[in-house]
Ligand binder design. Structure first.
Ligand SMILES: *Cc1c(COP(=O)(O)O)cnc(C)c1O
Length: 405
């Protein structure tokens, strides 16, 4: 039996895999030691579990275990990467390159760095939400110390040409950070093959727990140094002090290990379900548009806009399905998503866009249900729309002179 509501918002967060929960539980109960306690078995046991998690995570992204620095999540990892590099290398230069559809964790950190005297170039994206290595080459100056480009976008799923950007950065001797939160565990990522020096990831986007993330920090060729953002105790090679949350770390390790073993199969399944959803909806609804790149995108992500439909009405109509809309609720108004705007999507279409995030626990039955519901609701709303009626009658809406405002 189909159970409502259906969760289809896996780019926002994912359910913690039950196998991850099982792995964590002993570290809340009998194995509760502090990983920094050197004098008794409780500490050794905790330290060993943390070491195992480092290996599991390193295995997934092709890094060494000691290159993993644990943080409270990706927001903290990104802050540490960007501010840590900026402060450590400021004698070398003060210029950073990023792009406009990054997550706010990157954009707001860059804004802060601008206040502190750094210069940031925000590259524009093309209609698919992508930048090119060539754009980065053109933006480089002799003051550039860091390039930060996400591996995959959280709203539209578009992948960035990480390998080409990494290669360019290597050539130029500039550090390269990638926010790989959406990519790790979903598509193959290898820090050596892709020339990545720093990589941010998050537990709760890959079926692990909330409150844990990691920053990969390259140890050789080059050895990356970071100015710590949190002092006290010198944990994590001095880069991030604070008692390690052993249960969460064990959970992230287990989540990474499951992804390592199952990613190839799982991404085939999420891709198949996503394509079924996309085709099922778009073949039945004219004037629906996919946002982001048609192929170079995360396997489980579909972001679709529906013309002649009012976004809030649509969200209400499909409230049994947990998805995200293309509007961001700010305190006073409903703003269209800055990501869709950057692709050149008009405000109307941005407001009527829906992000479907298909993940590990979604089923074929759920996808069938969602296709039917969305098609029915969009048709119902369109039937009530005078604009849709006029368009159907062949009236060019752009030719109408609107009164009022
Ligand atoms: C969720 C997300 C973040 C923030 O991660 P937290 O662990 O929730 O702080 C950063 N970047 C991207 C692309 C994300 O999707």
């Amino acid at each position: 039996m189909l159970k409502l509501p259906i969760y289809m918002d896996n780019n926002s967060t994912t359910r913690t895999d039950p196998r991850v929960v099982d792995a964590m539980i002993p570290f809340f109960t009998e194995k509760f030691g502090n990983a920094a306690s050197r004098n008794h078995p409780f500490g050794w046991e905790a330290d060993e579990a943390v070491g195992e998690a480092r290996k599991q995570i390193g295995n997934l992204i092709g890094s060494g275990p000691s290159e993993i620095i644990f943080t409270s999540g990706a927001t903290e990892a990104i802050n540490l990467a960007l501010k840590g590099v900026a402060q450590m290398y400021k004698k070398k230069g003060n210029h950073i390159i990023t792009q406009v559809t990054e997550h706010k964790a990157t954009l707001d950190t860059c804004k802060r760095l601008e206040k502190d005297g750094f210069q940031v170039t925000y590259l524009p994206v093309d209609k698919f939400g992508q930048v090119s290595a060539e754009q980065i080459r053109e933006a480089l100056t002799d003051k550039t110390i860091l390039v930060s480009i996400m591996a995959a976008n959280n709203e539209i799923g578009s992948l960035q040409p990480i390998k080409a950007i990494g290669k360019l950065c290597k050539e130029k001797g500039i550090l390269f950070h990638t926010d790989a939160v959406q990519a790790v565990g979903k598509i193959p990522i290898n820090v050596d093959e892709m020339g990545i020096d720093l990589l941010s990831m998050s537990g709760h986007k890959m079926y692990g727990p909330k409150g844990i993330g990691a920053l990969y920090v390259r140890k050789k060729d080059p050895r990356v140094r970071l100015d710590p953002q949190i002092d006290g105790g010198g944990h994590e090679r001095g880069m991030r002090s604070g008692t390690l949350p052993v249960p969460l770390i064990v959970g992230l390790g287990e989540a990474a290990d499951i992804c390592y073993r199952e990613m190839a199969e799982e991404s085939k399944k999420t891709y198949r379900l996503r394509e079924k959803l996309r085709k099922g909806i778009m073949s039945q609804l004219p004037e629906s548009y996919i946002n982001g790149h048609p192929d170079e995108r995360l396997p489980g992500n579909a972001n679709i806009s529906f013309a002649y439909v009012e976004g809030e009405g649509l969200m209400m109509g499909i409230k049994d399905v947990a998805v995200s809309s293309g509007s961001a609720c700010t305190s006073a108004s409903l703003e269209p998503s800055y990501v869709l705007r950057a692709l050149g999507v008009g405000d109307e279409l941005a407001h009527s866009s829906i992000r479907f995030g298909i993940g590990r626990f979604n089923t074929e039955e759920e996808v069938d249900y969602v296709i039917d519901l969305v098609v029915r609701e969009v048709n119902r709303l369109r039937e009530m729309s005078p604009l849709y009626e006029m368009a159907q009658e062949g009236i060019d809406l752009k030719s109408i002179e609107w009164s009022g405002h």
